[in-house]
Write a protein that binds this ligand. Structure first.
Ligand code: MG
Length: 305
């Protein structure tokens, strides 16, 4: 039997938040169903941030309630992003079983993104992680700008480790290194990841962007070093609204294809995933960035052997 990997599909949150056009709640709901139907088991479904900050996700309260009441969500680990205490209140009220919290390594990025110092954001995340756990919720914490910052340049692994150790102390269920700009390269990824205690690695997720086409090469380094949790966004949607030039997330179709070819079990039906992306891209009026999806389309969605 092949070894399992854990994919967190971030398209409905991280993907949509950087798109010019919005999906309706009905379209989002249908997409969540299609993603679950394609075999994805961890879905980041929305974001409890200020409505004016991310209007694309302003319907997250309603969407979460509707999704969590549906049979299709029952065996899915649904996650919502929370940026502050008010957001956590909304997340708890929605019933979402897992919250994603934010912190970053770069001071300047942190100031621009959430108007807080790194220390303040760590204190906020610590408090919110505790509250979420007390309410029986799982907690995932993003460590953004883990490889580079649009304002401060390359991130030194030693600085990442300082933040990482504080996040480990929060006793969260998953810690995610975010390559916010998509500037990580295999060498930088190896340098950071080999410094992590092997006992911690099963809880560490990797969130790569494909700005310079290095996301899958970075995934391979993670796999070699024993990391088994990866984020990706269907069709490669998304980017980062505060990081100019950051292009899309690693496409889920591309990640699934490579993982399966490497002998891992993702549980995902690639053709079903690619079909789900087609519906969303039609509404967003833009092409996706997944090469695997393009290849599948060119072969009439025939499974690739
Ligand atoms: Mg992203």
């Amino acid at each position: 039997m092949s070894e399992a990997v854990v994919i967190t599909e971030v398209g409905p949150r991280d993907g949509l938040q950087n798109e010019a056009l919005c999906l309706t709640p009905e379209q989002k709901f249908a997409w969540l169903k299609a993603l679950a139907g394609a075999g994805l088991r961890r879905l980041e479904i929305g974001s409890f941030v200020r409505h004016d900050a991310v209007p694309q996700l302003a319907d997250s309260d309603e969407l979460c309630r509707r999704w969590l009441a549906d049979e299709a969500s029952k065996d899915i680990q649904s996650i919502a992003l929370v940026a502050n205490d008010k957001g956590l209140e909304r997340a708890l009220a929605s019933g979402v079983p897992e919250v994603a919290l934010l912190c970053a390594v770069s001071e300047k990025f942190n100031q621009r993104n959430i108007r807080q110092s790194v220390q303040q954001s760590l204190e906020g995340a610590t408090s919110r992680a505790r509250t979420a756990r007390e309410h029986g919720r799982r907690v995932r914490i993003y460590i953004s700008t883990a490889f580079g910052c649009p304002f401060e340049g390359p991130t030194a692994p030693a600085r990442v480790m300082q933040v990482f150790e504080k996040v480990v102390a929060m006793e969260c269920d998953e810690l995610v290194f975010g390559d916010t700009l998509g500037v990580a390269t295999p060498r930088a990824v190896r340098e950071l990841l080999q410094g992590i205690d092997p006992a911690c690695r099963p809880k560490v997720g990797l969130h790569f962007h494909d700005t310079y086409g290095t996301a899958l090469a970075n995934v391979m380094v993670g796999l070699e070093l024993g990391y088994r949790r990866f984020d990706a966004s269907a069709a490669g949607l998304g980017g980062c609204p505060y990081a100019a030039g950051a292009s899309g997330n690693l496409a889920s179709e591309d990640l699934v294809y490579v993982l399966e070819q490497e002998g891992f079990d993702t549980g995902v039906d690639l053709a079903a995933l690619a079909r789900a992306s087609s519906e969303v891209l039609k509404t967003l009026k833009r092409p996706g960035s997944s090469r695997v999806r393009a290849a599948l389309l060119s072969t009439g969605m025939e499974p690739i052997r």
